[in-house]
Design a protein around this ligand. Structure first.
Ligand code: ADP
Length: 498
């Protein structure tokens, strides 16, 4: 049995490979960026070959850098940017179009039509999602329609897949056409209750079953790595969407446990156990992972502008020169001075869902300075996350015990302390912040027996920082009241296009 596990973390801007030892410590890490293609405003694409090449190169390089024998790798796990959609030729592997990226808005009219045709309720109930161009289903329809591929799709000559599926097909011996339940759950074509593709949605979008991948567990041996890549066969033993993998990598195995990833945006997921929870507050229901044929479910909410607010301070407002400087500036004043910044640059997501809201700064006085704006931007990340936690708590009827955090902006201790204060709950940052990669590695390790069970994995998970709330109840209420008042002021700002 080999001693190492490799995670392939195929992200939106880069492909990385992370080599872990059995104790889930990082031995080596390598990533390569690739081009973002913007053919029209609001459209985003990736070159499938670039995704594949950067991923294979990072795998080869991480093994080379570490100096290990590839035969000592016990398993490989794959985690990926979700929803991004590809179609390729089943015989040759030739992509039929560029990958349409999750951010791409080109299929908004298809979603509008679905809603007008009365599918909204069905989509919510069966797929757990809110009808949106974000998810794969309408992107797949667009490729079939615009490349005139319906006949070939029906004849079984084509494969549809998300990035996990595309990588599995290209990297695994025998070219299996597969995906896992977490990725399937983001297509808007999958019944998360029965774990089957949904005939109603397939019919609504005119998608033939012949093009769909087989849906597997998230943790389980899929096949062997093509030996031409590293010179030996290695079991590929996990597939999972990035946020699901991060929830696993954070060891959030019990219902009620939650993690928040502070990147460009923030992604908050809470484990809800064996039963899918339904949200009354605009959160989506998703499969956290499927292991041994059994699904664990999660509620998910996202903040559109998280760390991006700090980028804005740096690149547009020039109030800081580096993201990390925001911490020093925020700590240079005792409080926010009554200033609130709502970074709804592209509208507000859950629980408000107001696409007409725009960025707003309120509470300015003659004494307001640059530091107040910087501090208010950091606080807005925590406030928005707190709104999601509150929505989840209301949907599940339980208060959070702790919040596990990761992502670039979780390095900011001011932000993390403020998050603990405003949530009135403990914030814990793990030793390994590469939780997305870690989750895929742990799932792969579990599948090949490096780890006996999830209890063993939970014991390996280690924390680095733990912050307890320090704010008084009264102050917290005041802060939250100020924030919610500011959110109200930001809402309904731009006029709907007629
Ligand atoms: P992504 O995966 O979305 O690219 P990362 O997890 O790499 O994001 O985090 C990058 C984001 O975190 C950027 O938006 C950046 O502004 C923010 N960020 C990074 N370091 C800090 C910091 N010390 N304080 C606040 N924000 C930070």
């Amino acid at each position: 049995m080999g001693k190492y596990i490799v995670a392939l973390d195929q992200g939106t801007t880069s492909s990385r490979a992370v080599l872990f030892d059995e104790q889930a410590r990082i031995v080596a890490i390598k990533s390569y960026e690739f081009e973002q293609i913007y053919p029209q405003p609001g459209w985003v694409e990736h070159d499938p070959q670039a995704i594949l090449n950067t991923q294979v190169d990072s795998l080869k390089e991480v093994v080379k850098m570490s100096g290990i024998n590839p035969a000592d790798i016990a398993a490989i796990g794959i985690t990926n940017q979700r929803e991004t959609t590809l179609v390729w030729d089943r015989k040759t592997g030739m992509p039929m179009y560029n990958a349409i990226v999750w951010q791409c808005r080109r299929t908004a009219p298809i979603v509008k039509q679905l809603c007008e045709d009365g599918y909204e309720e069905h989509i919510r109930k069966v797929t757990g999602l809110i009808p949106d161009a974000y998810f794969s289903g309408t992107k797949l329809k667009w490729i079939l329609d615009h490349q005139n591929l319906h006949e070939r799709a029906k004849a079984g000559e084509l494969c549809f897949g998300t990035v996990d599926s595309y990588l599995a097909w290209n990297l695994i011996k025998g070219r299996p056409h597969v995906t896992d339940a977490t990725n399937a759950a983001r297509t808007m074509l999958f019944n998360i209750h029965t774990n089957e593709w949904d005939d109603v949605m397939l019919k609504a979008l005119d998608i033939p079953r012949e093009i769909l991948p087989k849906v597997l567990d998230s943790s389980g041996v899929i096949g062997m790595l093509d030996p031409t890549i590293l010179g030996c066969e290695i079991p590929v033993a996990a597939l999972a969407g990035d946020q699901h993998s991060a929830l696993f990598g954070q060891g959030c195995f019990a219902p009620g446990m939650m993690k928040n990833t502070y990147g460009t945006g923030c992604f908050l997921l809470m484990n809800t156990g064996d039963e899918p929870a339904t949200s009354e507050h605009g959160l989506v229901t998703t499969i956290a992972w499927r292991i041994g044929g059994k699904c664990t479910y999660a509620l998910e909410g996202s903040v559109f502008i998280g760390g991006a607010a700090i980028q804005w301070l740096r690149d547009e407002m020039h109030l800081i020169t580096r993201a990390s400087e925001s911490e020093v500036v925020a700590n240079s004043i005792p409080d926010n001075g009554g200033v609130y910044l709502v970074p709804s640059f592209t509208g507000l997501g859950a629980p408000y869902w107001d696409m007409y809201s725009r960025g707003t700064i309120v509470g300015l006085t003659r004494g307001t300075g640059q530091a107040h704006i910087v501090r208010a931007a950091l606080e807005s990340i925590a406030f928005q996350s707190a709104d999601l936690v509150a929505a989840m708590a209301q949907d599940c009827g339980a208060q959070p015990m702790e919040l596990r955090v990761d992502g670039g902006a979780s390095a900011n201790q001011f932000l993390m302390q403020f998050q603990a204060d405003i949530l009135n709950c403990r914030v814990i940052r793990p030793a390994v912040i590469e939780t997305t990669a870690l989750g895929a590695a742990l799932m792969a390790g579990l599948a090949v027996g490096v780890y006996k069970d999830m209890d063993e994995i939970a014991r390996i998970w280690a924390k680095d920082l733990e912050l307890d709330p320090q704010m008084t109840e009264r102050q917290r209420e005041q802060e939250l009241a100020g924030w919610h008042k500011a959110v109200k002021r930001s809402m309904n700002w731009v006029e709907p296009e007629i």
